[in-house]
Design a protein around this ligand. Structure first.
Ligand SMILES: [Zn+2]
Ligand SMILES: [Zn+2]
Length: 362
C-alpha cells in the first residue's frame, strides 16, 4: 500500500510502499482511509521546520485530518462496526503518571509535552491507504456528512475554543444576549471559527486581507456573516466599523494583527488565540493600552491548541448543523481534491482554501 512520507534527515518528501497492516486484534480497528486534509502544520513539517518521526524511524507518514471507513474490527471492539465512517483523533496521552490532564484523557492540556500526535509528532499519520487505530480514538461520522467530514479536525480548534469560552462565561451572573463574534483571518481555521459562531447564531464577522469579491467573503456571507476586507477597512478603523465585539477568534498567526485586534475587544469580551506565529525579533505593541483595557473591561485572553474528545463531538455537531443551515458555503471551503501523488507539489504551493487528498478512490 502507498503512503506519503517525510524524511527530515534526507530532506525528502515522497510516496513510499508499506506492507498492508496485519490482522487486527483486541480493540483495534482496520481503517480504509478515504480523505485527508492538508494544512499549514503539514506544510511546516514538509519544510522540515516542525514534527518528528516515530522513535526508531527515519521518516514520518504525514496526515492528521482524516476520514476513514471501518473495514475490520478486533474481537473486543464495541464502539464501531464494519462499514462505519470515522474521523480518528490526533493526540495521544503522555505516559507520565503525574500528568493529570493526560490521565483524565485530556492530552490536549498535557503538561509534560511528551504526548504523541499522529502525523505530526512521534507517530505516523493517516496519509496512507490503510491504517490501524484503537476504537477509543475514533469519532463516528454519519454517512450524510461524508463529503465534508474531513473538516472535523480543523473545526475542533473552534469547538475547543467554544468549550473553553463556555466554561469561562458560564461564571457570568447574567444571561448573555446576542453575541457579536469576529473571526480574524479567513483561512480554513478562521472560516471554521466563523462557521461555529454562525451555527451558534452569533452576529458573525470575518476580517481578512482578501478583497470582498474573494471566495472567502462569499463563504462568510453564505454563513449569514459579514466579511470585512483589510483592503477596504484598515485595522485602526475596524472598531468604528464593527462596534462592540464580544468574542474574537484569532486565526492568522501574526502577533501584530492579534494584538492590534485586542484593542477592539469589548467589555467582558473574550479573545482566543489559535495561530502560532513564527519566532523573530521582538515587536512593538501598545502594552499599556492593552493592559488597561484588559483590567478595566474585565477582558479574558485565552490560548488554545488541539481538542479533547468532547471538542471532536462538538465539531461534528457544529458541522452537522452547518450542513443543514448552509451546505453550499460549507462545501465551498474544500477547494481542491487531489491524489496522493500530487501531495509533494500541494505542500510546496498553497492555493485555494482547503486542499484534500483522496485515497482508495474506486
Ligand atoms: Zn491540520
Ligand atoms: Zn501529559
Amino acid at each position: 500500500m502507498r503512503a506519503l512520507a517525510v524524511f527530515p534527515k534526507q530532506r525528502e518528501i515522497r510516496v513510499i510502499e508499506r506492507p498492508h497492516p496485519a490482522r487486527v486484534t483486541g480493540t483495534e480497528v482496520l481503517l480504509r482511509v478515504l480523505e485527508v486534509g492538508v494544512c499549514g502544520t503539514d506544510r511546516e513539517i514538509a519544510a522540515f521546520a516542525y514534527g518528528s518521526p516515530p522513535a526508531g524511524s527515519d521518516h514520518l507518514i504525514l496526515g492528521h485530518e482524516a476520514l476513514a471507513e471501518v473495514v475490520d474490527i478486533g474481537p473486543d471492539v464495541t464502539a464501531v462496526r464494519k462499514g462505519d465512517l470515522v474521523a480518528p483523533t490526533v493526540r495521544r496521552p503522555c505516559p507520565h503518571a503525574a500528568c493529570r490532564p493526560c490521565r483524565a484523557n485530556r492530552p490536549d492540556f498535557c503538561v509534560t509535552g511528551d504526548y504523541v500526535e499522529r502525523g505530526i509528532k512521534g507517530a505516523h499519520g493517516f496519509l496512507q491507504e490503510w491504517v490501524v487505530e484503537d476504537e477509543q480514538h475514533l469519532i463516528r461520522v454519519p454517512r450524510k456528512l461524508a463529503d465534508v467530514a474531513v473538516l472535523i479536525e480543523p473545526l475542533t480548534v473552534a469547538a475547543k475554543a467554544e468549550e473553553q469560552a463556555h466554561a469561562i462565561q458560564s461564571g457570568l451572573p447574567w444571561e448573555r444576549g446576542r453575541v457579536r463574534t469576529l473571526a480574524l483571518g479567513a483561512g480554513p481555521v478562521g472560516l471554521l471559527g466563523a462557521l461555529a459562531a454562525a451555527v451558534n447564531q452569533d452576529d458573525t464577522y470575518v476580517y481578512s486581507l482578501q478583497p470582498s469579491t474573494d471566495l472567502r467573503a462569499e463563504i462568510t456571507r453564505g454563513f449569514g456573516g459579514t466579511y470585512v476586507s483589510g483592503a477596504d477597512v484598515p485595522m485602526a478603523e475596524l472598531a468604528q466599523r464593527l462596534g462592540r465585539i464580544d468574542y474574537i477568534f484569532e486565526a492568522v498567526g501574526l502577533s501584530s494583527v492579534g494584538f492590534a485586534a485586542l484593542e477592539i475587544l469589548g467589555p467582558n469580551g473574550l479573545f482566543v488565540f489559535t495561530g502560532i506565529p513564527e519566532l523573530g525579533a521582538p515587536k512593538e505593541i501598545d502594552a499599556d493600552r492593552i493592559m488597561r483595557n484588559v483590567v478595566l473591561k474585565n477582558q479574558r485572553i485565552l490560548g488554545t491548541v488541539n481538542a479533547g474528545r468532547v471538542g471532536w463531538e462538538d465539531a461534528l455537531r457544529d458541522l452537522e448543523q452547518a450542513m443543514f443551515l448552509f451546505p453550499d458555503a460549507v462545501r465551498a471551503i474544500i477547494t481542491e481534491r487531489r491524489s496522493i501523488d500530487d501531495v509533494p507539489s500541494l505542500l510546496r504551493a498553497k492555493s485555494g482554501i482547503k486542499q484534500v487528498v483522496q485515497l482508495n478512490k474506486e
